[in-house]
Design a protein around this ligand. Sequence first.
Ligand SMILES: [Zn+2]
Length: 402
Amino acid sequence: MNQHPETPNPAASPRVRRTSTTLADGRELIYFDDSEPYLGGAQTREVVDERPLDERPTAGTMRLDALTGDWVSIADHRQNRTFLPPTDECPLCPTGGGTMPSEIPAHEYDVVVFENRFPSFASGPTADRSSASGSAVAESAVAESAAPGNPLLAHAPALGRCEVVCFTSDHGASFSSLSPARARTVVDVWADRTRELSAIDAVEHVFPFENRGQEIGVTLHHPHGQIYAYPFVPARTASLLRSATEHHQRTGRLLGADLLAAELDAGTRVVIRGTHWTAYVPYAARWPVEVNLVPNRDVPDLVALDSIERDELAEVYLDLLRRLDRYYQGPDGSPIAMPYIAGWHQAPVRQGRDVSRLHLQVMSVLRAPGRLKYLAGSESGVGAWINDVSPEAVAARLREVG
Ligand SMILES: [Zn+2]
């Protein structure tokens, strides 16, 4: 097993010690330690993953939907992935507590990142694809399928990387219950991973996200998020980029900045106004509960945040998540933990970086206690959203539970 403690890179905060190691099947696992004895180096991460694992997964296939131009990853190996295991078989808990070794060989950890065992995007069999780019993917896909197949049935290797981020070793915790210091470590981890994953030749976009709650389709209860590094610019990201580019061409300004100014001017949808961050319910919110958390300064991605902005992000994000957990009450008045999807919209790796502006989108399908919004005919069929809740009412409730 490779074990090489690394000195923090200049972009990373010295408040975290980073140690990269390798799991039994060759996947990378990185410890991000923010507490002793590891932070100061009194102890180092020297644990070996002794599980008899199959070889690491390589890239599957993605297919181009000729009708929409969207790539679809066909990851049929994921059908066999771990689904809501009992707590004593949790693959994200430290090894030693449960009945079987987990994905994390250590007996405790602070924050850990590792390559997903069932990835939708992974390294290719050769792992060498230095000449690849987004358009090259499409071209090579068409070339691949031109003979003998039909060019309308294009495909390409689903190159990239999928990572799991464990926020804490505490199985019963949630992001909203983390300490501000731990949330701050996670911010550094997102930035670190964005920087490293953006440097992979095949990668065109990096998307850190968290699915929370069984209503969202979470298959593991342990508090964790994921990071997908895609070999293309995803459809919604491309749509955001088109709007930002058009606005910039027309006005010379950033759409995200002008929109923040418009929301501050209107005021009715603003939930939290910090020195460096603002949370507001979008004017045309699509989900029953939806909030954008945006930096007050123009930054393209998480890597560009300075340490003061990262400090406040940890505080403001925890504040927002705790408000969400007080948003609904059960019949007995007890708060209902909000199921949510939280995703970081960053500038793509190689396009539109001068017009893109970082923001976090948090959204929930819960439209009332016990009642879910389904993406049905209009939303799923033609992408036309209907929201039963007024964004101003959502903002007012989020201010009330602050
Ligand atoms: Zn667990």
